[in-house]
Design a protein around this ligand. Structure first.
Ligand code: FES
Length: 110
């Protein structure tokens, strides 16, 4: 299904993002970590799938965001953990850039 502009919500400004520095935002009450890395912008749910910890407080490297508490790293493209202790993926969301607007859709493709 083609993306519909109405399904995307502005998360932040592109110019507000610093490379490899996650920015936490809330969209409709859902915490999201927006990450600019390797020339792309990604949006991943901000809560680690292992415990209630904010991923945006972790470090970004190799297109992964690392949970600061126990060290599982999640792929920003797929949400999948690279290793234990987390075993479940974290939701990731489609991103569109329009001018300086970073738009995120909480609807996931199926
Ligand atoms: S809380 Fe994130 S890996 Fe344990």
């Amino acid at each position: 299904m083609a993306f519909d502009r109405a399904r995307f919500t502005r998360a932040c400004g592109l110019s507000e993002l610093e490379e490899d520095t996650p920015k936490r935002v809330e969209l409709d009450g859902t915490p999201i970590s927006v990450v600019y890395t390797e020339g792309e912008v990604f949006a991943i749910n901000d809560i680690c799938s292992h415990a209630n910890v904010s991923l945006s407080e972790g470090e970004v490297e190799d297109c992964q965001i690392e949970c600061w508490l126990h060290g599982s790293a999640f792929d920003l493209r797929t949400g999948k953990p690279s290793g234990l202790p987390a075993t479940r993926p974290v939701p990731v969301y489609p991103v569109k850039i329009e001018g300086d607007d970073v738009l995120v859709s909480l609807f996931q493709e199926s």
